[in-house]
Design a protein around this ligand. Structure first.
Ligand code: GTQ
Length: 348
């Protein structure tokens, strides 16, 4: 495919102007911009330091309650996608703060959400009639159209990262949302019920899942971290990703969420990864340690709770000075289902 549009002539330009009011456009005049030989994105590499996000949230807490805001969240907006509320072209990222005694009132929407807990010694979220306690590093799912509310019964503010598929739902014009009408939904199931039913490599005989999201809605950090620690002993490091595990839906082995793929990854001290790139722009969250990311010539260093974004098809190389754990999410499940996902490892 040629990379540039055919040159303009006065006759051609007059023709384009003439068909414009008739809602027509000449493909050859725009083709190079819409069917690109490689991904071309406005999304740029960027890092948010947790300290500054956290202090802005504390500042926001002096301006508005969680109840009035509905959700007290600062959106991490990609500087290349200003005004879009997007962290990548297809995904959203925010950091939410709930102060002691506050409740973020119950609502539901067709967007799916993940929470990655940054600071909490016992805040809770309730989803579909069940409450779960949130601890640092827990990965919590809110499947779409489930009622959810969050609360803080501790003495300290709590913070977590929100990853949602807002731009995907927007793309399909499929957004619905409603408030429950009360701060908290009724709790109808015992705490840890879903973990017991589906999180022990067992599930009730005859169980059929109607929805695509995992029925487990809290993947506690202690368990995921322990899996990485056990596995490191085999020294089977992926040259690009170290030891990277994906969170799964135990019912069918698929990604835990239908639209957002989530992973936890360990880079051992001294790791110097091979270069890789993939079509799924990815949001990384530091959990432990410290990493240096080379992203298409840019060097980004980050530590625990910092967030950084790697745009689609941008070369990435990860180096770790100490044992490092990263959480990440992307739209990979969607791309895989559509046959769009591509990964290039090394320089070939
Ligand atoms: O906690 O339900 O960051 O509805 C954005 C929209 C969080 C939530 C966000 C939401 C939520």
């Amino acid at each position: 495919m040629s990379q540039a549009a055919p040159p303009n002539t006065p006759e051609r330009e007059a023709f384009y102007d003439a068909i414009e009011p008739e809602s027509m456009r000449a493909l050859w005049s725009v083709m190079a911009g819409i069917i690109t030989p490689e991904p071309k994105s406005g999304c740029v590499p960027y890092k948010w330091s947790y300290d500054s996000v956290r202090s802005r949230l504390i500042e926001a807490a002096g301006l508005i309650t969680a109840k009035e805001a509905e959700r007290r969240v600062l959106i991490l907006e990609n500087p290349g996608l200003k005004g879009s509320s997007k962290v990548t072209t297809s995904l959203y990222c925010g950091v939410q703060c709930v102060m002691p005694g506050e409740v973020a009132p119950a609502h539901r929407h067709t967007q799916s959400a993940l929470r990655f807990v940054l600071e909490s010694s016992g805040g809770f979220t309730a989803v579909g009639g069940e409450k779960t306690e949130m601890q640092f590093g827990d990965f919590v799912i809110t499947p779409n159209w489930e009622w959810h509310d969050h609360g803080n019964t501790t003495d300290e503010p709590i913070f977590w990262l929100d990853g949602l598929d807002i731009p995907v739902v927007q793309f399909f014009d499929a957004s619905f949302a409603e408030g429950y009408g009360e701060d908290q939904q009724p709790i109808t199931r015992p705490q840890n019920d879903s973990a017991a039913r589906y999180g022990a490599n067992m599930m009730p005989l005859g169980y059929e899942r109607a929805k695509p999201a995992s029925p487990i809605f809290n993947y506690p950090y202690a368990r995921s971290r322990d899996a990485l620690e056990q596995m490191r002993r085999t020294e089977e490091w992926d040259p690009c990703h170290g030891l990277k595990m994906r969170y799964i839906n135990p019912v069918n082995g698929d990604w835990a969420m239908p639209t957002i793929g989530t992973c936890l990854q360990l880079l051992p001290k001294g790791f110097s990864g091979a270069q890789t790139r993939s079509t799924d722009a990815t949001v990384y969250v530091g959990v432990e340690g410290k990493v240096r990311a080379h992203i298409r010539g840019q060097i980004i260093e980050f530590g625990p709770r910092d967030v950084f974004v790697v745009p689609s098809w941008h070369e990435l190389k990860l180096e770790a000075e100490e044992d490092t754990v990263l959480f990440s999410y992307s739209d990979r499940p969607i791309q895989e289902k559509l046959g769009l996902f591509r990964e290039q490892r090394g320089n070939q």
